[in-house]
Design a binder for this molecule. Structure first.
Ligand code: FES
Ligand code: FE2
Length: 448
């Protein structure tokens, strides 16, 4: 349980708030590059600020304030030109850095444009996403987290707009035990009601819900500790309490401040979930899927990284519940627009959540004291080409679920197992299924 004040500090992200100031120390992914290329001009809202993202005809990316400084109409109605975005009203043009570079209806000798500028934020592309930095100078480096830059991979970007505060989504990462019910018993109930239980759980060993139900057997305690780039957490199992053996099961790792990473070395499917605050009560949730060519199998070239919307309501407006991320999303939105943590009742399984909140509080204090928080990188000479921000242990691949079942079925979409994940809506699914098939064939051939 938190005080109302502590809850406010952790959740609110507008300019001048403690969490908003912390978030503004990081590069933030705002839209898929492919979507921006299609739309060319996009109004976006990030950390409570209304902005306009655009791409010039030349291909430069810009992010500027929402209003034209001439007579204040909305720049989202503008259109791209060679070197900038032109306002729809009188054609003033603004460069990606916000500088006015043309006032076409004014006299050619008029110097007005030199004095006019819209606020802007720097923008970069990485891994098929457009990123921005909304904080104070100097601008830090954009860290090359592994899934965005690893070679030999197919990628796809799943987007959800969720009507709740970002921290609800992110605290889910500190809550590995929820899988037993939300993705286990609850999933079972949903499929039973739809009359699809038998069909979708034929292979018990490979079914999402059975592997998650099995995760509930023999829980002794939860653990959490800090890592170089974030935190690690998981479940300690005890044979005496009904587990198959005494063991520790590590779950998705957290890259500070808002990434969670699943997968690991030797696994086809890797994923970041990124909880980008739109404002205090809305979250732009990115499920960034990365599927690796393994064992010498080539993943194949992708010209660009495709994106897709992840639906959590059907055409009639009824909630969709039959895949994992939809279950999570409904649970998060169900906690309220900003969850009231003054009336919660935490149990032993919430230990990693408490750890996460402390970590955020610690890092907010560092920013308040004028320091650089975790994962702010400034020295380009020591910046590697790739950073494993989650746990990337070649000897102990991250495995969620009893017996590694979850990672197994996420390598077997070619056998029909992709249906329980949001991935099923992804435009790259045919290539991913083909990749998994080829890896399977390759491994089978090796065994012969
Ligand atoms: S209001 Fe934008 S150019 Fe006049
Ligand atoms: Fe979940």
């Amino acid at each position: 349980m938190l005080t109302a004040e502590a809850n406010e500090r952790l959740t609110r992200v507008g300019p001048g708030t403690p969490m908003g100031d912390l978030m503004r120390r990081y590069w933030i992914p705002v839209r898929p590059l492919v979507e921006l290329k299609e739309e060319e001009v996009m109004p976006i809202r990030i950390l409570g600020e209304d902005l306009v993202l655009f791409i010039t005809k030349k291909g430069d990316l810009g992010l500027i304030g929402e209003r034209c400084p001439h007579r204040m109409t909305l720049m989202k109605y503008g259109f791209p030109d060679e070197d900038g975005l032109r306002c729809c009203y009188h054609g003033w043009m603004f460069a990606p850095d916000g500088q006015c570079i043309d006032t076409p209806l004014e006299s050619p000798t008029n110097k007005l444009k030199d004095q006019v500028k819209i606020g802007s934020y720097p923008v970069q592309e990485m891994g098929g996403l457009v990123w921005t930095y909304m904080g104070p100078q100097p601008v830090p480096l954009l860290p090359p987290w592994d899934l965005f830059v690893m070679p030999n991979a197919i990628r796809q970007i799943g987007i959800s707009h969720l009507a709740c505060n970002w921290l609800q989504c992110h605290e889910n990462t500190g809550d590995p035990a929820h899988s037993v019910y939300l993705h286990g018993y609850n999933f079972k109930y949903i499929l039973e009601k739809k009359g699809e239980l038998e069909e979708r759980t034929k292979d018990r060993q490979m079914s999402t819900l059975h592997s998650r139900i099995d995760m509930g057997r023999g829980i002794e305690s939860l653990y959490a500790h800090e890592t170089q780039y974030g935190m690690e957490k998981g479940i300690n199992y005890s044979k005496a309490l009904g587990a198959d053996k005494d063991r520790q099961s590590r779950h998705s790792t957290v890259i500070f401040p808002f990434f969670t990473q699943t997968g690991g070395p030797g696994q086809v499917r890797q994923e970041f979930q990124i909880r980008v605050p739109i404002d205090d009560t809305n979250t732009y949730h990115i499920a960034y899927g990365c599927y690796m060519g393994l064992g010498g199998v080539e993943a194949g070239e992708q010209e660009s990284v495709p994106y897709y919307d992840i639906p959590i309501y059907d055409e009639d407006g009824s909630p969709i519940w039959d895949f994992v991320l939809a279950q999570d999303s409904h649970a998060w939105v169900g906690q309220g627009d900003i969850m009231d943590r003054t009336v919660e009742h935490l149990g032993r399984t919430d230990l990693p959540i408490v750890f996460m909140r402390r970590q955020f509080e610690e890092q907010m204090l560092i920013v308040e004291d004028g320091g650089d928080p975790k994962n702010v990188f400034r020295d380009s000479s020591s910046m590697p080409d790739l950073i494993h921000g989650g746990i990337w242990d070649e000897s102990n691949s991250s495995v969620t679920g009893a017996g590694g079942a979850v990672s197994s079925f996420r390598s077997a979409y070619h056998k029909g197992y992709g249906i329980d994940d949001a991935d099923r809506y992804g435009p790259a699914m045919p290539e991913i299924i083909d990749l998994m098939q080829r890896i399977d064939d390759h491994l089978t051939a090796d065994e012969v």
